[in-house]
Design a protein around this ligand. Structure first.
Ligand code: PLP
Length: 386
């Protein structure tokens, strides 16, 4: 046996692994499992973006690029921030990473010393607390409730601040809750950050997937202390291309570049050229995004009303492509509920355990309407058979 580092030994294995491996096992055995567990658009990457990648390949744009990304892409990202978010950055204040995940990791690595605390609204994306711990920091949860649509209460954020707090991590629209934070809430959080000299790390991966709300970039409210993370994965159906980016105060971005220069170097060159097309062929990309949004909206409405009709309480989320369903009518323990939904209804969902959402499971509706209808039928059958 080769001994592993204490850092790695402290990494929490994900409890979702059990459900995911069981789903794979069932599939291999020929059972038709409907997957509602993955956080990935079911649309293909738009043709104009794929064509740009093919062009880049044939033109030999296949070598190392600058660590922080090709200049053209950083300019396009700066222009995107100005156009869509009202944020002003020079291209040097932008860095391109291998997915949004790496941008968040690099930012936390750049900011945290041992024992520094990061405030994270819960339910949260599973990777946040693990990343914080991995770089020596301490996650501090601020709870939000399904009954309130997972709204963030700035007073609860204020109550969680200690002398060791360094960062407030925001994710709006949020995974897994779909909550979109309104301007007043973000303003109150930005005021707290300013009063306590904290950094705001904002993950805006789902910004384009907003239904009946307005997406506000908190960086417009406190530009001097905000690092904004975004990427191509969710908005342009580019999960496999691994393009994320971050922008913010120059010192932090420089530190993130230094970390990247000693770890992964640049994000894939071909994927960067594809992302450039996504951000500069504005009309073609906007047509794709609005088509996807209309489809997601219809699916959201279908799944929310379907689950509620089955007696599984599910708030209507304002953004992203997830719903959180109260599965206590199936079983009080969400792990057991998720197992039954998989084994007996053949629908793969994610138990809320790792999101800090007890009694709930997450369903992704980035899947077709007929599959959503079939999944609802199967879950209905499970409830009737109980
Ligand atoms: N942030 C959130 C909230 C996510 O849900 C995800 C993906 O699931 C990511 C970041 C990571 O995105 P990427 O594929 O760009 O690494």
């Amino acid at each position: 046996r080769i001994p592993l580092s204490s850092k790695v030994r402290a990494l929490k294995p994900s409890s979702t692994v059990a459900v995911t491996s069981r789903a794979l096992e069932l599939r291999r055995a020929g059972v038709d499992v409907i997957s509602m567990s993955v956080g990935e658009p079911d649309f293909d990457t738009p043709a104009h973006i794929k064509a740009a990648a093919a062009r880049a390949l044939s033109e030999g744009k296949t070598k190392y690029t600058p660590v922080n990304g090709i200049g053209e892409l950083r300019e396009a990202i700066a222009a995107k921030f100005e156009r869509e978010n009202g944020l002003t950055f020079t291209p040097d204040a932008v860095t391109v990473t291998s997915g949004g995940k790496q941008a968040i990791f690099n930012a936390l690595f750049a900011l945290l010393d041992a024992g520094d605390q990061v405030i994270i609204p819960a339910p949260y994306w599973v990777s946040y607390p693990e990343m914080v711990r991995f770089v020596g920091g301490e996650p501090v949860e601020v709870h939000t409730r399904a009954e309130d649509g997972f709204a963030l209460d700035p007073d609860a954020v204020a109550a969680a601040i200690t002398p060791r707090t360094r960062v407030i991590l925001l994710n709006s629209p949020g995974n897994p809750t779909g909550a979109v934070y309104p301007r007043e809430v973000l303003q109150a959080v930005a005021d707290l950050a300013r009063a306590h000299d904290l950094v705001l790390l904002t993950d805006e991966m789902y910004e384009h997937l907003v239904y009946d709300a307005e997406h506000v970039s908190v960086g417009t409210l406190a530009p001097e202390r905000t690092i904004t993370i975004n990427g191509a994965s969710k908005a342009y159906a580019m999960t496999g291309w691994r393009i994320g980016y971050a922008a913010g105060p120059a010192d932090v971005i420089r530190a993130m570049n230094a970390i990247q220069s000693q770890s992964t170097s640049n994000a894939s060159s071909v994927a960067q050229w594809a992302a450039l097309e996504a951000l500069t062929n504005v009309d073609a990309t906007a047509a794709f995004v609005s088509g996807a949004l209309a489809a997601y909206r219809e699916r959201r409405d279908r799944i929310v009303s379907g689950l509620n009709a089955l007696g599984l309480r599910t708030p209507t989320p304002d953004g992203a492509f997830y719903v959180m369903a109260d599965t206590t009518p199936i079983h009080a323990d969400e792990l057991e509920a998720a197992r039954r939904i998989l084994d007996d209804a053949r629908v793969a969902v994610v138990p809320g355990t790792d999101f800090a959402a007890p009694g709930m499971v997450r369903l992704s509706y980035a899947t077709s309407l007929p599959l959503i209808d079939e999944a609802l039928k199967r879950i209905g059958g499970l409830l009737q058979g109980q």
